[in-house]
Design a protein around this ligand. Structure first.
Ligand code: ADP
Ligand code: ZN
Length: 212
């Protein structure tokens, strides 16, 4: 099964992608994570990407498309995957079509802008494995440490209040039109993001018609 998770930054895509990955036993692929790794590794793309990501801007389509297609070549993708944070523009969605990648479902996770600001400013991310947490809504078992790998949690630079505003504006302008795009293809289901992670997950599977 190939699934796209759509939604504004901070609506809970990443967390849901992890849950779905566990339950469906297919990898969750986050372009944001791939990009942050490239930045940490100081690759050529990483050095270029830093300027965009820190400002809350999208990377050029051709760069992200290349990174994503490379990732999808890997063995673990052969039974399907969950795309978290890709596509983010119509051009990226069209790239899936031209590469003969057929998507089964697009899940849009919705949350009002005011709530997004609150969520993103409390978000913390594992410095090693990229798992995300929230200071109020999704705490790790040990304060400041990742449940999965024990590495320290930190706030992402693009989760600073000024950058959050930019990311939201970018989302509304460049990514939100994808809702209409996938409605027209008959693939979109929408879910309201709930306070509780597990509740959102239940709603996602219900909306997708997947029985567990
Ligand atoms: P969030 O969903 O919380 O914004 P991500 O980790 O998905 O976080 O993305 C962080 C940043 O990485 C984006 O603001 C953007 O700069 C870059 N990025 C991630 N995915 C894409 C994409 N598909 N196209 C362009 N830029 C991307
Ligand atoms: Zn971790």
């Amino acid at each position: 099964m190939k699934i796209i998770l759509l939604g504004a930054p901070g609506a809970g895509k990443g967390t849901q992608a992890e849950k779905m990955s566990e339950k469906l036993n297919i990898p969750a692929i986050s372009t944001g994570f791939i990009i942050r790794q490239a930045i940490a590794d100081k690759t050529e793309i990483g050095i270029m990407a830093k300027e965009y990501i820190d400002k809350g801007l999208l990377l050029p389509d051709e760069v992200v498309i290349k990174l994503l297609l490379e990732r999808l070549e890997k063995d673990d993708c052969k039974n399907g995957y969950i795309l978290d944070g890709f596509p983010r523009t119509i051009a990226q969605a069209e790239a899936l079509v031209t590469n003969n990648i057929f998507i089964d479902k697009v899940v849009d996770i919705e949350l009002a802008d005011e709530r997004i600001v609150e969520r993103l400013s409390g978000r913390r991310e594992c410095s090693e494995c990229g798992k995300t947490y929230h200071v109020a809504y999704h705490k790790p078992s040990v304060d400041g440490k990742c449940d999965a790998c024990g590495a320290p949690l930190k706030r992402r630079k693009d989760d600073e209040p000024e950058t959050i505003k930019n990311r939201l504006a970018v989302y509304h302008k460049q990514t939100e039109p994808l809702k209409e795009y996938y409605i027209k293809k008959g693939l979109l289901v929408a879910v309201d993001s709930q306070e509780e992670v597990a509740k959102t997950t239940d709603k996602v599977f219900e909306a997708m018609g997947v029985k567990l």
